[in-house]
Design a protein around this ligand. Structure first.
Ligand SMILES: [Zn+2]
Ligand SMILES: [Zn+2]
Length: 346
């Protein structure tokens, strides 16, 4: 397809420097598809790109169209595309693994050291159109799922990865942080049969949302001692699993202490400071720590399909829908935690 489109572009390697511009519609290669973006979700990563933090500086070479969470309709396919067709409703993986290194060959594409990310290394989805490789398209043609929710498959996949790393059926789980990913985590824990869902969240607004989504108990870790409170709710032994969506040093440190013997602390968020840990205490109880990066390709995608078929409803997570032109407002609200997920419509 030829012509121009509106796109939100990181224009220069500096703080700010994000503008709505008119740019050419991307051209596709033989193994790529062109998607008309129907809905795109704002993420904390986009806020980091705006501030031009060290993470963004190390990866981006502006000008780049930002945005990596979206849904849309396939409007064109390359000559060697076989599994996706024009008219398909798709969401997308944001990571493009190299498929050629030893890590990819071992089946761990989600941690391929040569991964490229859409909206970071190459043009993303805050635009009318995006070109992506066929292999990262997630086809989901059930129209019962609105575009706004289909745009959330990428962050949902991270939450699912974190929440399913240890099977939760009949287990107790502590969810640290009830931002958008933690909120998704509550929904996943319910659908996968967790016996008890304890949420640790200091914000009263988010605590209420956590309750409404089905948390059995919500603890304010600033107002009360989280270690005593979690133990009290788990017969004194602590939860089988704690999943951290907060990146909070205090939250992680407490979790290492209240975790049940043989329990797992699953780290989804990335703390920006080092954490000091007593390995002797943690190790003596036989506990483990697990890092979560991206989504397992394609196991987590299939789990999402299963959860959606089982009735996973992400509508409470979509709190704001704005036209693409109001991307600055979306970034502001995301940065201040005033929304769960803010959707942009190009
Ligand atoms: Zn994201
Ligand atoms: Zn690789």
């Amino acid at each position: 397809m030829t012509g121009t489109m509106r796109a939100v572009v990181k224009t220069a390697p500096a703080p700010g420097s994000i503008e709505l511009r008119t740019v050419p519609i991307p051209q596709i290669g033989p193994r790529e598809i062109l998607v008309r973006v129907k809905a795109a979700a704002v993420c904390g990563t986009d806020v980091h790109i705006r501030h031009w933090n060290a993470w963004a500086q190390a990866r981006m070479h502006p000008p780049v169209v930002i945005g990596h969470e979206f849904s849309g309709e396939v409007v064109e396919i390359g000559s060697e595309v076989h599994t996706v067709k024009v008219g398909d409703r798709v969401s997308s993986e944001s990571h493009i693994p190299c498929n050629n290194c030893q890590i990819c060959h071992e089946g761990s594409r989600h941690v391929c050291p040569h991964t490229k990310c859409i909206g970071v290394h190459q043009d993303g989805c805050f635009a009318e159109y995006i070109a992506i490789p066929e292999e990262i398209a997630f086809v989901y043609n059930d129209e019962a799922l609105p575009w706004e929710q289909l745009a959330l498959m990428e962050p949902l996949g991270v939450s699912v990865h974190g929440m399913t790393d240890v099977p939760l059926a009949a287990k107790s789980v502590a969810i640290i942080g009830a931002g958008p990913l933690g909120q998704m985590g509550i929904l996943v824990a319910k659908l996968t049969g967790a016996a008890r869902i304890i949420v640790l969240e200091p914000s009263p607004e988010r605590a209420k949302i956590a309750k409404d989504l089905g948390a059995d108990a919500v603890i304010d870790p600033i107002g009360e001692d989280p270690i005593a409170a979690v133990r009290r709710l788990t017969d004194g032994f602590g939860p089988h699993v704690a999943v951290d969506f907060s990146g909070s040093v205090a939250g992680l440190t407490a979790a290492m202490q209240y975790l049940r013997p043989e329990g797992q602390l699953t780290c989804v968020a990335l703390p920006d400071k080092p954490i000091s840990v007593s390995i002797s205490d943690f190790g003596y109880r036989g506990c483990s720590i697990r890092g979560i990066a991206g989504r397992r390709m394609y196991e987590n995608w299939e789990e999402m399909r299963g959860l959606l078929a089982r009735g996973l409803d992400l509508s409470p997570i979509v709190t704001h829908v704005l036209p693409l032109e109001e991307f600055e407002r979306g970034l502001d609200m995301t940065e201040r935690g005033e929304c769960a997920k803010c959707i942009l419509i190009p």
